[in-house]
Design a protein around this ligand. Structure first.
Ligand SMILES: Cc1cc2nc3c(=O)[nH]c(=O)nc-3n(C[C@H](O)[C@H](O)[C@H](O)COP(=O)(O)OP(=O)(O)OC[C@H]3O[C@@H](n4cnc5c(N)ncnc54)[C@H](O)[C@@H]3O)c2cc1C
Length: 348
């Protein structure tokens, strides 16, 4: 029997999941297809960090993105009766005098005071930080894997999830979209880095970046805060932590490497030598769907009105996806414009 839905969504990473949930909340019918390969969201650290880089720059759209992300994860937490977003301060090891100068400049700017403690902290004994440590506020991380597992079973209970690979040649595109026994008004591709093979959107300038992450266990007692030292450390409990991530835009595959492991261990033990006896539990790798101008690709194919994309969230999926899901759903339902900076048609 043929099934009719409003939207056929391809990909159950964070983008496809949050967008699907938002569409369902707004009364739309969807069918979500995912090939269940390990995706970027499943291994991502899920960090939300308002102030990034050596110049301690506040994300341009932070004041709209962060409240939306926090509210979305809180509501999902209430819905599933679990916590998905853990807010924790982030200690940042100052790496050179320019960074220290930048910090002194930033704390004179009121726009930064919600995100930076104005006083330098002395380094705890376990950390080598001759220039001191600053404390960032409103940082945290999303338990992405746990959230995606809950959302997957929610979609399954609603009979709108299908574990399958979508092959592009099996789609029939007319006024409607047809795939297997499904007829949809529109198809929305949320394929993460695999979009580079999508015949309708491969012209978009993705600039993919592979990343590797380690999970380790140590006999040392870890500090409760997140730590940033060029790379980051997330304490999962008193003795287990994740550290990452590497950044490689040449070897674009999902294989873990000795080089990735060595890079991460070297950076880690330079600031925390006592962690050199930690044992590695897992090493993971995947590919960030990063873009040329570091902005997402959202909207309609230039020629096919019923083929859409929601992708390109790069290294900031946890922060950006909730806000842009809401914006995109408003566009789909009321034709509200998509902000030009994220509209995929900027690269027509
Ligand atoms: C090492 C690493 C660390 C990261 N750390 C952070 C971080 O700390 N904070 C942060 O915000 N972001 C981080 N990210 C980025 C984050 O992972 C991405 O922004 C986000 O996960 C992208 O989600 P997505 O849904 O677009 O893609 P994905 O999570 O990759 O999901 C795409 C899904 O679509 C499926 N799919 C694709 N094509 C098809 C098809 N034809 N048929 C069926 N299914 C298909 C894929 O298998 C996959 O399941 C990190 C990424 C990496 C790799």
């Amino acid at each position: 029997m043929r099934r009719q839905v409003d939207y056929l969504i391809i990909g159950q990473g964070l983008a496809g999941s949050i967008l699907s949930r938002e569409l369902i909340k707004q009364g739309c019918s969807i069918q979500l297809i995912d090939n269940q390969k390990e995706n970027a969201s499943q291994i991502a650290a899920g960090l939300i960090n308002p102030i990034t880089g050596m110049r301690l720059v506040k994300n341009k759209e932070l004041d709209i993105l962060l409240p939306s992300a926090k509210q979305t994860y809180l509501q999902l937490g209430q819905f599933f009766q679990q916590d998905f977003y853990l807010e924790k301060p982030m200690l940042r090891v100052l790496r050179n005098t320019q960074e220290l100068q930048k910090f002194k400049q930033r704390i004179q700017d009121s726009a930064y005071l919600d995100y930076l403690e104005p006083n330098l902290r002395p380094a705890p004994d376990s950390i080598i930080a001759p220039l001191g440590i600053i404390q960032q506020k409103q940082t945290g991380y999303l338990l992405t894997q746990k959230l995606l597992a809950c959302l997957k079973s929610y979609f399954q209970k609603k009979n709108c999830y299908q574990a399958e690979q979508l092959d592009y040649q099996d789609l029939t595109i007319n006024d409607n979209i047809q795939w297997q026994d499904i007829t949809a008004k529109k198809i929305i591709f949320c394929e993460g880095y695999q979009a580079i093979n999508n015949p309708w959107f491969k012209y978009l300038p993705f600039q993919l970046a592979k990343g590797e992450i380690l999970t380790l266990t140590t006999a040392q007692t870890l500090l409760p805060e997140l730590l940033n030292f060029g790379h980051w450390l997330i304490p999962l409990n008193k003795h287990q932590f994740r550290t990452g991530a590497t950044f490689d835009n040449i070897n674009l595959n999902t294989l873990t490497t000795q080089k990735g492991k060595n890079t991460l261990l070297k950076a880690l033990t330079r600031v925390m030598p006592a962690l050199n006896s930690a044992t590695i539990d897992t090493q993971q790798a995947n590919i960030r769907p990063t873009t040329l101008d570091k902005m997402p690709f959202i909207g309609q194919h230039p020629e096919h009105k019923n083929i859409m994309i929601f992708n390109g969230f790069g290294a900031k999926g946890s922060l950006q996806i909730p806000y842009y899901s809401k914006q995109f759903v408003q566009h789909l339902l009321t034709n509200a414009p998509i902000a030009p900076a994220v509209n995929c048609q900027r690269y027509r």
